[in-house]
Design a protein. Structure first.
Length: 248
């Protein structure tokens, strides 16, 4: 497990933003969508995904009004898109082992993206809560639910979407993101593709090019990524499109 001074790392993030023209970090909610499919099990067991959550924790401290990261997990199917809870400055140690490994629905199964994206959009008030049937009807062409039916206040949000492999629901994922863009959800999704295999993430790379509300960052060596300096990590994450979205 890496050691990190969260206060220092949060200050470093704010300084990195200042250098790029964002003097005052905007108020946004920050969420993590974490792949818990079978192919990612080793990284969870080794603690390296917990290290990644820790390195992303300064985003919650710098931006989120509640100073937390909302953590969601996903594998295959709607029942396996799950809100784990909040990662904070006081509970990040062994968070993945304590609350995720072998405990979340769908542990070590397949990979679908659309259901957890929809769950997050609902959580932040942009999409209406609905059952599985209604969700699929909307994906495949039914009339969208009126904005007024969304649950709770709408929250401007950034989602770090962490996955190690391609998904089985590409058409559904594209429809969820297309709806988010069409209905102007104020949510930016940064896909972090973790694999040392070139070309592993052709689909989410295309999503980053196709939609203005998404980005893509390939991570070839996760252990090296989480071990780099605050400044280098911030430089990698603060891609031009995300910076543009963060500015007032």
């Amino acid at each position: 497990m890496i050691q990190l001074n969260l206060a220092k790392s949060t200050t470093a993030l704010k300084l990195s933003l200042e250098k790029k023209g964002i003097v005052q970090p905007p108020v946004i909610d920050v969420a993590i969508a974490l792949d818990v499919s079978g192919s990612f099990e080793d990284e969870h067991e080794q603690g390296v995904t917990n290290d990644l959550l820790l390195r992303l924790a300064p985003w919650g401290l710098a931006f989120d009004p509640d100073r937390k990261l909302d953590v969601f997990t996903f594998s295959d199917g709607p029942r396996h898109a799950h809100h784990v809870g909040a990662l904070t400055a006081t509970n990040y140690e062994n968070f993945v082992r304590r609350q995720i490994i072998g405990k979340v629905p769908g542990w070590a199964r397949g990979t679908d993206y659309s259901y957890v994206l929809q769950k997050i959009f609902q959580s932040f008030g942009w999409a209406a809560e609905e059952g599985r049937t209604g969700f699929l009807q909307r994906l495949f062409g039914a009339r969208s639910a009126p904005a007024a039916e969304a649950q709770g206040p709408r929250k401007r949000s950034v989602v770090f979407f962490i996955t190690d492999g391609e998904n089985s629901d590409q058409a559904q994922t594209r429809k969820v993101l297309a709806q988010a863009q069409r209905e102007a959800y104020d949510v930016y999704v940064m896909f972090l593709g973790i694999s040392n295999q070139p070309g592993e993430f052709a689909f989410i790379e295309r999503l980053g090019e196709e939609f203005g509300n998404t980005g893509f960052l390939p991570i070839r060596n996760l252990k090296a990524f989480v071990s780099q300096s605050d400044e280098a990590l911030n430089e990698a994450l603060l891609v031009p499109e995300l910076l543009h979205w963060l500015k007032p």
